[in-house]
Design a protein around this ligand. Structure first.
Ligand code: ADP
Length: 632
């Protein structure tokens, strides 16, 4: 008895610990009793009362469970149903998940009682659901991860792969892939080379992955993580893969673009440098007017501002304030509306000095924004000082050429006269010669003929000399001689030409002897020309020919030289004619005998000597001094 009692006690304790409740259904009376534990809603109640507390959806199941036990179909049966613990009949029901495990007690072969153990499984079911829910959540995260994830068993067989991984690896179905499920992780490249199947370690790589069987060719960022349980046993190998093909292509494109940009920048730089150089050598600069900022800027190159003004100051940089263009600048928005070209003088704006003026050509192009609003203008200004001075020179040259053309005409007319006069004299007197009787008369006529022949010869010589000098070919041959003596000889030779009674011919020779190296013939040619001219224009007073040694500065160096001159008290040279007198064919008075060649020959000789030539005359009829200086 004692033993039985102890056993019962132990069983009751065990039932309590596991939270079980034992009830009995008396089938004759259809009433319920508590066998162990406290009644859920009362003791000794009718079976039908139970249905008030069982969830309506579970009535059917519960009823079948009881029926099958009570009609002998089942000897033992289980039933799960929900039970409302809220016995107050008010408020929301408090459902618990109950598990009933029952056996039928038989008497005389018929079931008389049903003994049931009832367990409240609410808590464990809730936990189970929670676990289910949690794993579902993880499953969703795994499946929807934005990178490819897969799990392998410790020995390298594929367990699961998420959507992205299936897509990257071109799995043949959503459930899995035959090829990959037969392919061991440790046999796959690149893992076969880097991972030890016995001790897989963390691994990271970014490389091109090619799996021809799955038509896969992608750049992957792959990492491998071995996963251990709390006891340090390897349970999974996680593999993540990120398809970076697009990023890589983008990166390569960006790099390619970068290189192209660099090249482009380089060529823009080169172009800019070329342009800057070109503009510098053409003396050009760019400028820009901004109406909004009220500024005009001058640039060096394309974008370095070297000088800027406000628009009011701008007008001041032009020299000619009355020019149409300059005046119109007072209404800039109107002026800038059409392209402009202005040529004029302005103060040098870039050097900041306002003392010098420069000729500029300005091109101006209006600039509009997308809405058609006038922003200002831009363009280039070009320093055309050189161009203008060349143009000026050209103008002078043209004028000179025109004048020289005119002079040539006069020269030809003169020539006819100059040749005819002595020729007529020669022919006429030669005719007379035969009828003259006395030898004195004949001698006189012969002298006239000889003089006219000399004149003709001189003329022809002059023309020949002038035409040979036209090619710039004056040859100087110097030799050593006593120039004092040579000069006296020249004087004597020229003396017969000075025949007018009121004119004294003077020889100003400061030396008795003077040994120098010189081309005395050329010097004689010049002196002869000077004296011949002086004779023509001097009718009273004197003609003086002379020379002296004189040192002059040539190209910064002191040079000893010979100064020769012929002074007369004749007509003199008008001031305005003095700079033209040495030009070919130039004559002050076209009606006076002469070709206008003599002095131009003298000038050519002086140039050939590297010397200098000139005339001194007050231009008021007080005579003139023609001089030449030549280095020795
Ligand atoms: P031309 O044969 O006409 O004399 P030149 O070249 O020797 O040619 O002289 C040019 C011109 O210079 C002359 O036509 C004359 O008008 C002027 N001229 C030259 N020498 C003198 C002088 N001593 N006095 C005044 N006029 C002169």
């Amino acid at each position: 008895m004692k033993k039985m009692f102890d056993e019962q006690q132990a069983m009751m304790m065990a039932l309590d610990i596991s939270g079980n409740h034992v009830m009995c259904l008396d089938l004759q009376q259809n009433r319920l009793f508590d066998l162990h534990g406290k009644a859920m809603f009362g003791n000794n109640v009718g079976l039908e009362v139970c249905y008030n507390y069982i969830h309506p959806d579970d009535h059917e199941r519960f009823r079948t469970f009881i029926e099958r036990l009570s009609n002998g179909t089942d000897k033992e049966a289980e039933c799960r149903y929900r039970w409302n613990y809220n016995y107050t009949g008010q408020g929301a029901p408090d459902w618990h998940d109950m598990h009933g495990h029952a056996i039928a007690e038989y008497a005389d072969g018929k079931p008389v009682n049903i003994i049931a153990t009832l367990t409240d499984e609410s808590e464990s079911i809730r936990k189970e659901r929670e676990v289910e829910h949690l794993s579902e959540r993880y499953r969703t995260i795994f499946e929807n991860s934005i990178i490819g994830l897969s799990f392998y068993s410790p020995d390298g067989w594929l367990i699961d792969a998420n959507r992205i991984m299936r897509r990257i690896c071109h799995f043949d179905s959503d459930q899995g892939d035959e090829f990959f499920s037969k392919m061991n992780l440790f046999d796959m490249s690149p893992f076969n080379e880097v991972m030890d199947p016995k001790h897989p370690e963390e691994y990271w790589a970014c490389s091109l992955s090619i799996i021809p069987e799955r038509d896969m060719r992608v750049y992957l960022e792959i990492s491998v993580h071995p996963i251990y349980d709390e006891n340090g046993n390897l349970i999974y190998i996680g593999v993540s893969a990120n398809d970076v093909t697009e990023e890589r292509e983008m990166y390569l494109n960006v790099k390619k673009n970068d290189i192209e940009m660099q090249k482009l920048n380089e060529s823009i730089k080169n172009y800019e440098a070329e342009l800057r150089y070109m503009m510098q050598s053409c003396m050009m600069q760019t400028w820009r007017i901004s109406l909004d900022r009220d500024v005009i800027e001058f640039y060096s190159g394309l974008n370095t501002v070297v000088r800027s003004f406000n628009l009011k100051q701008m007008q001041q940089i032009f020299v000619d304030q009355e020019a149409e263009f300059v005046k119109s600048l007072s209404n800039l928005p109107e002026t800038l509306r059409k392209p402009l070209v202005y040529v004029g003088q302005m103060y040098p704006v870039v050097t900041q000095s306002t003392s010098e003026r420069q000729w500029v050509q300005i091109n101006c192009i209006p600039e509009y924004d997308e809405q058609g609003r006038l922003l200002g203008a831009f363009g280039v200004w070009r320093n055309i000082n050189d161009l203008m001075s060349k143009q000026d020179q050209l103008r002078k040259e043209t004028k000179r050429a025109q004048e020289s053309g005119k002079m040539k005409g006069v020269f030809l007319a003169n020539m006819t006269h100059e040749i005819r006069t002595p020729l007529h004299a020669i022919v006429g007197f030669a005719d007379v010669l035969s009828i003259l009787e006395t030898s004195e008369e004949k001698q006189e006529i012969l002298t006239v003929i000889k003089n006219n022949c000399d004149m003709l010869l001189r003329l022809v010589n002059d023309i020949l000399a002038a035409s040979s000098m036209e090619n710039g070919s004056v040859i100087i041959n110097s030799w050593e001689l006593d120039f004092a003596k040579a000069f006296n000889d020249m004087y004597e030779t020229l003396r017969p030409r000075v025949q007018e009674p009121g004119v004294e011919f003077i020889n100003d020779n400061p030396y008795d002897t003077l040994r120098i190296r010189i081309d005395a013939d050329r010097v004689a040619q010049v002196i002869t020309n000077f004296v011949t001219n002086a004779v023509k224009y001097t009718h009273q007073g004197h003609i003086k020919m002379g020379y002296r040694l004189e040192t002059r500065t040539v190209d910064g160096k002191q040079r000893e030289g010979l100064y020769l001159y012929c002074e007369d008290t004749g007509a003199g040279i008008p001031l305005e004619a003095q700079d033209k007198i040495f030009d070919r064919f130039y004559k002050v008075n076209d009606f006076v005998q002469g070709t206008g060649l003599g002095l131009s020959i003298c000038k050519a000789v002086a140039n050939a000597f590297n010397g200098d030539i000139g005339v001194i005359s007050d231009g008021n009829g007080n005579g003139s001094v023609f001089w030449m200086w030549i280095p020795l």
